[in-house]
Design a protein. Structure first.
Length: 231
């Protein structure tokens, strides 16, 4: 019944948001003379959201948003050393090692023999770097790096791989990006929460017969078998 399984990458297969949070904390400390940490973080979030249409998702857009926020908070008086440090912080994030989350390797091994597609979004170069550094690429039939995860984008992936949406299952940590769009095109959505999922990826949990939730990815092979057995 399940013809293909899609898996998100960031915060589903490996850690990602943790590094954004650590960098954000350093950024707020760097600008501590210009406001409280919560105020600075809130301003940065607003700038990030506004810039998504310009830069998309990823570290490079985040870095540019930090620079813009620093300029705005200082009324254009931010010094060159501060800008330099912000750029270094972004470069450090781009060079950070990839750490697989618990049970990922075991779950992927148990799913071998099935059509597995890694579906992520964000900056092409950075996502390709992380996929290569993870050592997991060979376990997937294909890797799809999207600008954004919308129903239309998932439909294009389904069409390009010849997969019927009602025989497709997508698992990931973002209800907004990994689950709801796939439910909307008739697929199965499996939410695997991560404690540090970015607030922009939060969404209300829909009441849907094809929605499932797991505490960890380790339960995914068993869940797929359960769905097929009940069909």
């Amino acid at each position: 019944m399940i013809e293909a399984i899609g898996l998100d990458a960031d915060d589903t297969l490996w850690e990602n948001e943790t590094f954004f949070r650590v960098t954000e904390a350093e950024f707020t400390a760097l600008l501590a003379d210009h406001g409280e940490a919560e105020t600075i973080a809130s301003r940065l979030y607003d700038v990030e959201r506004a810039n998504l249409v310009r830069y998309g998702y990823g570290i490079k857009g985040f870095t540019l948003s930090m620079v813009q926020t620093a300029v705005e908070l200082t009324d254009g008086n931010v010094d060159g050393r501060t800008i330099g440090r912000i750029l270094e912080m972004g470069q450090d994030m781009l060079a950070h090692p990839v750490h697989a989350l618990p049970d990922v390797a075991k779950a992927l091994e148990a799913l071998q023999g099935r059509r597995l597609i890694l579906i992520t979004k964000g900056d092409l170069m950075d996502q390709e770097r992380k996929v290569a550094a993870s050592g997991l690429a060979e376990m997937f039939e294909a890797v799809e790096i999207l600008v954004d995860k919308t129903p239309e984008a998932y439909s294009r992936v389904m069409n390009s791989h010849g997969i019927a949406p009602d025989r497709f299952l997508m698992a990931g940590n973002s209800m907004k990006s990994d689950v709801i769009p796939v439910l909307q095109i008739g697929g199965w959505g499996v939410h695997i929460p991560h404690g540090l999922t970015w607030i922009a990826e939060h969404a209300e949990t829909p009441d849907h017969p094809r929605l499932r939730e797991l505490p960890t990815i380790g339960g995914l092979p068993g869940l797929v078998a359960e769905i097929e057995a009940s069909a």
